[in-house]
Ligand binder design. Structure first.
Ligand SMILES: Nc1ncnc2c1ncn2[C@@H]1O[C@H](COP(=O)(O)OP(=O)(O)OP(=O)(O)O)[C@@H](O)[C@H]1O
Length: 291
């Protein structure tokens, strides 16, 4: 179990913002941090990883104290057993896939783990290639394998899939879920994709302005409790066609389009690009904006 209670003054886009969060995550959970750009999600991960120092607070990992401002404890990042995958792969360009993985080994660590990871993440055919000869999805698989070389207890994923196309994204999601279970990890993911959050995680923290606004199971956090729909899909509005009294709203759900007839009043706060839930109410599809 990890308990985080930290405060840090951040330089927001317009003015100063105080990051102030207090949460506990059970071992083995898959948690997503969800929220607008600049809300403080990356800062939370960096603080837990020891890459950014909070102004005050504590971070306890089980019985271990990683940070305590009052007692002057601040464990180094390499002592915190965390694997990190960022949006940009940050692989060494002059090393092959396997060399990149071997380079991540700790001093005196058995290199057998690299062979295991190559097998689990299915990198056998790519292991002798240099990163420049890999696709984005393949590079991200290598980055995932590299993050696991030191057998971390926590895996942190900062929008690792946002640069990938839908098919590649789905494959990577499956690899992440596989290693999450197989390595018995506690995983923290930053994602802006509602469908991804619903598929991947068992808990979501909605972050706004440096604070946790809501938390819970993804469907509870995203769905409007009033909509007891028989079906619910999340998607993104890509077109709003205004007719005389109604609108035809096209929503992209995964790789498919759904057209929903909506009342102008009902969708007056919705715009192209908004994330919405398409749910059923008395057999008619209705739209609901996701905060
Ligand atoms: N070391 C720092 N000191 C002070 N402010 C910082 C520091 N690092 C980032 N910030 C600021 O803190 C705010 C939150 O940034 P952060 O990267 O945590 O947001 P985010 O929610 O991850 O956003 P995004 O989704 O765009 O990555 C930003 O306005 C940023 O400029």
């Amino acid at each position: 179990m990890i308990h985080v209670n930290i405060q840090k003054k951040l330089q927001g886009a317009m003015n100063e913002m105080v990051l102030d969060v207090d949460f506990t995550i059970e071992h083995g959970s898959f948690v997503t941090l969800f929220g607008a750009s600049g809300a403080g999600k990356t800062s939370i991960l960096r603080i837990i990883a020891g890459l950014m120092r909070p102004d005050a607070g504590q971070i306890n990992m089980g019985q271990e104290k990683w940070f305590d401002s009052e007692k002057g404890i601040d464990r180094k990042p390499q002592e915190r057993k965390i694997g990190f995958v960022f949006q940009d792969y940050a692989l060494f360009p002059n090393m092959s896939v396997k060399e990149n993985l071997l380079f991540a080994l700790e001093k005196n660590q058995n290199p057998q783990v690299v062979e295991e990871l190559i097998q689990i993440i299915e990198l056998e055919d790519l292991q002798h290639r240099k990163p420049e000869k890999l696709s984005g999805g393949q590079k991200q698989r290598v980055a995932l394998a590299r993050a696991l070389v030191r057998k971390p207890t926590i895996l942190m994923l900062d929008e690792p899939l946002s640069a990938l196309d839908a098919k590649m994204r789905t494959r990577l999601q499956d690899y992440i879920l596989k290693v999450h279970k197989q390595f018995n990890l506690t995983t923290l993911l930053i994602s802006h994709e509602v469908s991804e959050v619903i598929k991947m995680c068992d808990r979501v923290f909605m972050i706004e302005n440096g604070r946790i606004l809501k938390e819970g199971k993804p469907m509870e956090v995203f769905a409007n409790q009033k909509l007891s729909g028989k079906f619910q899909f999340s998607g993104e509005i890509i077109e709003i066609l205004e007719q005389e009294i109604i609108c035809i709203v096209t929503v992209l759900v995964g790789m498919n389009f759904v057209k929903v007839i909506a009342d102008k009043e009902e969708i007056k706060t919705m715009n192209i690009g908004d994330k919405v839930l398409v749910a059923s109410k008395a057999f008619n599809p209705v739209l609901q904006k996701i905060e």
